[in-house]
Design a protein around this ligand. Structure first.
Ligand code: HEC
Ligand code: HEC
Length: 444
């Protein structure tokens, strides 16, 4: 769990620290330090109560790893990913860069399984309130023998925080626009590949209360997805398009062959009528946009999103991929077919998903399985053995798929080879209703 910022009206969500960093595992209880540009936070475990080591964070030194951090309680390791500490801090209230009100427990940080307070490993009176300083002194201020004392807040007059105006018209239609200045910025040398389109994918909230149920694809923690569709990228790498507000989105850069070349493995979102711009795929937050001629895409109205094949919105293997298999593969790939090898690779509806995912030593499974940082070229379809087999010269066993059939397999693979993109039938119905009601899609 990383630290992000957003304005109070929900616009401009951005990373502050730690999208990929695993030490610390979680960044909690961040607070600005008075008269300083630094923050203090608790470096915690994912599988525990909130407690761990305290760190100062200096945003001018970056957004990942150790560089921007200063460990001010270095005797306490970062929980879970470094070790399990034998005592822990939490809830720091900074008075300055050198003095903090904190809660401190002289007990080991309890892991997941021992969090019930009836368990002696998680006593209900573990922590008290202390003044901690950057020289390592810990002064007891208050400790209750019966119950933990935490989250100290000094009671004293303080300046009223400045108000940030609300810029959102919440009654406006639920859409906005996105401007991408140059998709090639941040991509490095593409060796002749061109980016012709962006795929816009919506991320759906989990609506089922059960962990890992239903399984959407190959990773237990898969986020829900709906493939909204494609928008054009101009010759100069720019794109300008309408998009829904209130729906987390990510993008894929699609090359001249319709294959994803890079996926944004993070998300962004619009609020109603907001236009949000970005530089490339992907700029560092430390750089400013280039100030040359205005992007080609800005010289025309925003594009509408062109939805892809049936079965991509809502996303479903049985409606997106199975029709291709029924039409082009099942004649040979069904139990009982004369060729034993063909018969053993069962592509009938009940078995097709498992067969395809497992083909080539779990090739698709491994390509679609959870990943962190996104590298150029690290997309599923272009690396898959399945696509290579189906696109060999003359076709696999003489089967040459039509472009539209291939496109179905490709969008399925590139959006992480899901069985289904939604968590429930109700959520699927909402997506169907959404598609019927919005003005930001171009009908095919
Ligand atoms: C297909 C390439 C690509 C495009 C196009 C792209 N991004 Fe990203 N984006 C990335 C990558 C790569 C990251 C870093 C995380 C990762 O590895 O996926 C990222 C991260 C982010 C983050 C989280 C980190 C941060 O710095 O706040 C936000 C927010 C974001 N992008 C917004 C946008 C916006 C707004 C646009 C333009 C409409 C955009 N992105 C276009 C690839 C892309
Ligand atoms: C005309 C019959 C025929 C059709 C149609 C056909 N295949 Fe095949 N396929 C075969 C045969 C025969 C083999 C086994 C080849 C071998 O053993 O070398 C095979 C093997 C495969 C394999 C490798 C299986 C493994 O376990 O190694 C895959 C993957 C595959 N086919 C996918 C498909 C897909 C997807 C389609 C439809 C787009 C399709 N096939 C259409 C006959 C066919």
């Amino acid at each position: 769990m990383s630290l992000w910022s957003t304005r109070p009206d929900g616009t401009n969500g951005q990373l502050v620290y730690g999208n990929f960093t695993v030490r610390p595992q979680c960044v909690f209880e961040a607070r600005p330090i008075p008269d300083s540009h630094k923050l203090v936070f608790t470096a915690t475990a994912h599988h525990s109560i909130t407690g761990g080591s305290l760190a100062l964070f200096d945003r001018t030194q970056g957004t990942e790893l150790d560089e921007p951090l200063e460990r001010i309680t270095p005797e306490v390791c970062f929980p879970e990913t470094e070790c399990w500490p034998t005592h822990y801090y939490a809830g720091a209230w900074p008075l300055s860069e050198e003095h903090f009100l904190v809660s401190w427990a002289d007990r080991p940080l309890p892991a997941h399984a021992y969090m019930d307070i009836s368990d002696e490993r998680n006593p209900g009176n573990a922590s008290g309130i202390y003044l901690y300083d950057a020289f390592g002194n810990l002064h007891l201020l208050h400790r209750d023998p019966e119950i933990s004392s935490e989250t100290p807040i000094p009671i004293k007059p303080r300046p009223r925080p400045f108000a940030v105006a609300d810029n959102v018209d919440w009654d406006a239609p639920k859409s906005g626009a996105l401007l991408l200045q140059d998709v090639y910025a941040g991509m490095g040398d593409l060796e002749g590949e061109t980016i012709e389109q962006l795929r816009v994918v919506g991320v759906l909230p989990k609506v089922q209360p059960f962990m890992n149920q239903p399984m959407l694809g190959v990773s237990a923690e898969d986020t829900g997805k709906v493939v909204l569709g494609l928008v054009p990228v101009e010759a100069d790498g720019s794109a300008y398009f309408e998009a829904p507000s209130g729906m987390p989105l990510f993008f894929q850069a699609i090359d001249q062959d319709g294959l994803a070349l890079r996926t944004m493995r993070s998300l962004t979102y619009l609020q109603p009528e907001q236009t949000l711009s970005c530089v490339g795929c992907h700029e560092s937050r430390e750089t400013a946009p280039a100030l040359d001629a205005s992007p080609l895409a800005l010289r025309r109205p925003p594009s509408k999103i062109t939805p892809e094949a049936e079965g991509s919105w809502p996303l479903r293997f049985d409606t997106l991929v199975q029709p291709v298999l029924d039409n082009a593969c099942v004649d040979c790939h069904h139990p009982g077919h004369a060729d034993r090898n063909a018969a053993a690779f069962d592509l009938t509806p009940d078995k097709a998903y498992q067969s395809l995912i497992a083909y080539g030593d779990n090739d698709l499974h491994d390509l679609a399985f959870e990943k962190d940082y996104s590298e150029v070229g690290d997309c599923v379809a272009r690396q898959s053995k399945l696509l290579a087999l189906l696109t060999i010269e003359g076709g696999h066993e003489g089967v040459v798929l039509e472009e539209a059939e291939l496109a179905r397999l490709i969008v399925w693979m590139d959006t992480y080879a899901h069985i289904q993109g939604a968590f429930s039938q109700e959520q699927e119905q909402e997506l169907i209703a959404l598609r019927e009601s919005v003005h930001w899609i171009a009908e095919r």
